[in-house]
Design a protein around this ligand. Structure first.
Ligand code: NAD
Length: 349
């Protein structure tokens, strides 16, 4: 396998991975180890070009630095991506090659599940490296992080509702969910149980049918889900969905979801704010999963209590961010970035 180090000024370490035997082409990016070893999931997607994958891993790993700091974790930011279709191209040999690359970094980067990955895949990776979490078994295995991610997003949505509507009662509220994968599905179940009405979109027709059957959800097309009349738009699929094209179309008054890197640019957060749409910053809203993973990385013996306590602190952080954004009249994203910068500066001092 060829592991080639790339020099990218914004990041501590970036590697291109190529393994002819398994067909692996991918990247590992360590954005920052200032707060601790870099941690962040492994994503597999059919990226069109290598540059697209590289851009994604750079953005996602920076996002992990923000997320881990916002969650108060002693972890830095990193991420890994594989170019390929997880439905057709994911083989044990490919996963093991990623595992060897992770092991070669000697603990400076910890991997776990992200889009296209499961706990079973993490078990294969664990055959090659100690630095993998999100395992279903073992002494410290924390399993699939998605239910905890969804719980954190649900809490963030309620926080945004309290700030915007004065009540977080979900009965009769309409939530438009984009993406019914691990996070979107768990989030939909929580919202349905709380009495919300759901409108859903996914490129996978089977997942849409399941949501209709389970929750009586209405269906929107994937390119119009942001425009359906709703109280909340919950992006739970791809990044960059809040952009110059979609901001004018968003019909909800709140954007709160689980996807990483929802804003195409920071200016899109400002544009949402100008339109009077309250944005729950993604790297705070979706921090539940990494908290769950962190309990495994940090070998917490009191895992469940520790995760619950950290999740409660994350909710308090979201509340404080939305309160400060309202009092300063700025976008919550700007406040969230400042909160993280302050935490990192305090740590460095
Ligand atoms: P997943 O792969 O399980 O699900 C993604 C879903 O989105 C799939 O059902 C897919 O068909 C659908 N999708 C893809 N493109 C779409 C489009 N254009 N329109 C509508 N649907 C589309 O992934 P996941 O684990 O649920 O993660 C979803 C998002 O949340 C990602 O951005 C991920 O990085 C982020 N996230 C996940 C976790 C976690 O714990 N899984 C934690 C933090 C953040």
């Amino acid at each position: 396998m060829q592991i080639t180090r790339l020099t990218i000024e914004s990041h501590e370490e970036v590697y291109r991975l190529e393994d002819a035997e398994s067909g692996l082409i991918g990247f590992i990016a360590i954005h920052s180890t200032q707060l601790g070893p870099a941690a962040g999931g492994l994503r597999m997607r059919p990226y069109g070009q290598e540059d697209e994958a590289l851009e994604d891993v750079l953005r996602l790993s920076r996002g992990m630095t923000l997320k881990n700091a916002a969650a108060g974790l002693p972890l830095g930011g990193g991420k890994a991506v594989i170019i390929g279709n997880p439905a057709t191209g994911k083989t044990p040999a490919l996963l093991r090659a990623v595992g060897r690359a992770v092991e070669s970094l000697n603990g400076r980067y910890w991997t776990a599940e992200d889009m296209g990955m499961t706990t079973a895949d993490m078990a294969v990776i664990a055959e090659e490296t100690r630095f993998v979490a999100g395992l279903a078994g073992g002494a410290h295995g924390s399993g699939d992080p998605s239910p905890v991610t969804a719980r954190g997003v649900f809490n963030a949505m309620r926080s945004a509702l309290r700030h915007r509507m004065g009540t977080d009662v979900l009965t009769g509220r309409v939530v438009a969910i984009q993406g019914l994968g691990n996070v979107g599905r768990n989030l939909g179940a929580l919202l349905h149980a709380a009495g919300a009405r759901l409108v859903v979109a996914d490129v996978d027709a089977g997942r849409v049918s399941a949501a209709v059957a389970a929750w009586g959800a209405e269906v929107a097309t994937v390119d119009r889900i942001q425009a359906v009349p709703a109280d909340v738009f919950a992006p739970c699929a791809i990044g960059g969905i809040v952009n110059h094209r979609t901001v004018p179309e968003i019909a909800a008054t709140i954007v709160a979801g689980g996807a990483n890197n929802q804003l195409a640019t920071p200016e899109d957060g400002v544009a949402l704010h100008r339109r009077g749409i309250l944005y729950a910053p993604d790297f705070v809203a979706n921090g539940g999963g990494i908290i769950n993973v962190a309990a495994e990385i940090l070998r917490r013996p009191d895992r469940e209590a520790w995760v619950a306590e950290r999740l409660a602190r994350l909710d308090a952080t979201m509340d404080a961010i939305l309160t400060r954004a309202a009092s300063e009249g700025v976008s919550p994203n700007q406040v969230a970035e400042r909160v993280v910068a302050d935490r990192m500066a305090a740590f460095a001092a």
